[in-house]
Design a protein around this ligand. Sequence first.
Ligand code: IVH
Length: 713
Amino acid sequence: MSDRQQGNNGDRAVEELDKQAARAELAHLYKEMGRADEAYYNHDDPIMDDAAYDAMRRRLLAIEARFPELQGPDSPSLRVGAAPSERFEKVRHAVPMLSLGNAFDDRDVVEFIERIRRFLGLDEADELAITSEPKIDGLSISLRYEKGRLVQAATRGDGSEGEDVTRNIMTLKQVPQHVEAEDFPDVFELRGEVYMSHADFAALNERQKAAGEKVFANPRNAAAGSLRQLDPKITAQRPLKLFVYAWGEGEPLPGKTQMAVIESFKRWGFPVNPLMKINHSATELLEAYRIIEQQRAELPYDIDGVVYKVNRLDYQQRLGFVSRSPRWAIAHKFPAEKAVTRLLDIEIQVGRTGALTPVARLQPVTVGGVVVSNATLHNEDEIARKDLRIGDTVIVQRAGDVIPQVVEVVIERRPEDARPFVFPRFCPVCGAHAVREMHPSTGEPDKVRRCTGGLSCPAQIRERLAHFVSRDAFDIDGLGKKQIEAFLRWGLVKTPADLFTLERRDAESLDRLKNREGWGRKSAANLFAAINERRTISLDRFVYALGIRHVGATTAKLLARSYGTFGRLHEAVTGAADEDSEAWQELVNIDGIGPVVARALVEFFAEQHNEDVVAALLREVTPEEFVIEDMTQTAISGKTVVFTGKLERFSRAEAKDRAERLGAKVAGSVSKKTDYLVAGPGAGSKLKKAESLGVKVLSEEEWLALVSGDTES
Ligand code: IVH
């Protein structure tokens, strides 16, 4: 529907409306959009499709822009626009949808193979088969079948929770609605990539252009835009295709290798990529990569690399995962695409920890199908090393989802008036000194210059709050940078705890959130509900949300796993201030936590301000005790284990991984807190120490007997 056909004056252009007609039409739009919102949000029964709703909204905005004085306090334009993505039901994935680690060059591929061989303890003579297949540049999808019937399709989302796009997926011709095969499990999830072919993409854009509708930047965006339509009738008109290459919940699997399972998928009627093959060495993998790279230009769809996967599923199971990616697979990316443009300016952004990051403002340029107008410059040494000057012609590159980068200057094209950039010595936001700290052990200045303003710097406050509500932290729906910025401006929040008292304070305020710019009754209510939902939170998210330097999501999980409750973690860290103390020893003894992280933790809690912020937060929210997911108690849950000497049956890495999957903590050295020392041949000082402390010592066999009764999650 075009803007001209909307409302009760629908056929008149906005410029032709007089004030009276505009007033009448606005009243009509307020009513209709109100009805649509009510039906959608409160009755879960939309009376209007997205396109019609959007057309109304555009018309409304156009009229209000022309007659701002007519905008009423109840205007739908003052409500936070429900992005289409907020209008899909959420789906929790039974098995998380993970991402892949990346290899960028041949060396990374060789290391990938070596790492796997080492982990599995394979000899040179042992065969290790690895599949190769194109990495499809589309969007990943999970298809759930129950009793052979497609019951749910979900996007990846953040990996744990995606969006329900079942009705849209059902319009894809290549997706079987029923699977008859005898060996098709009762419950089974297939995973793959939805994409659009080059020809279909070009034809769609032609049609869009002719109809005066949005033109898509690349096939991937077109596929995403087409799948995420609220009206499946629109999806049905978009020629989306599918390749399946993985699976989620469901047993038994129809094969013992990656290849055998994928062949079964094909037999069951699912589209699989014909270029998948088996290889036996890094050399063969690199050969497969070169071949696919050469075919790339002729393929009818976009690919952005080659994916390698360990073929044997028992090996995959043993290899397991590191944070969000499998150890048994990797994506070998094609080299980044490059383009030439001009460096217009350099701006400084101030981050959560006060880091001053220079950002290049570029003459917009298309790189690999995406318009790039900013790129990171990392730090001041990088600017000096590349001798970047404002006005320079530069080469920029981007690969996949990574932030675009400035690679180098085209010196021959340097204009006479190109201006060197002077890196500021003061924070551009709060004016405090910006310094490069000395690295304690090397004596070298840190690469990063930091604002010393701490929490008196508005930029740091803003970034910390944004981090606090971000996806891996408190993950508060409807609260992003933009909203945080407004809350700060209005003086509504300063520290994380303020978010949790916002509703109470709002109820007593004369200046209610629902009446403020960008908000409305429903969006404010939704926000309070989203905040309240997070009053209990997992311990690792809580720790990560605090934004302690060097404590990312993985480290936060490690800390949560090691200490179990916030109280114990807090006690341990405050007790570790003295580096000669036992608490310090225990902290750095956690495998994966070194002195840098330990020091950052100690420093964080030594700061009274941080203690105050945390105490206020703990009055509002409860971090849950950390429980190891999906795990029944095992013989070693909660125990601290140390490995020493040579292990015969497993590599050290695999033994450690297995112990952790069964709920144990693995430490690097023996102390009073050690429960078991697993000692292989050649054990030396650790064994002596364990004996002197009376720690239980196990042989590898005894250890295996202890853990083998337990199932791994
Ligand atoms: S395997 C457990 N195979 O790449 C890992 N992924 O960075 C399962 N992708 O989200 C993924 N082509 O959307 C796999 N042949 C392929 C793929 C592929 C594209 C995407 C997928 C995933 C992302 C991982």
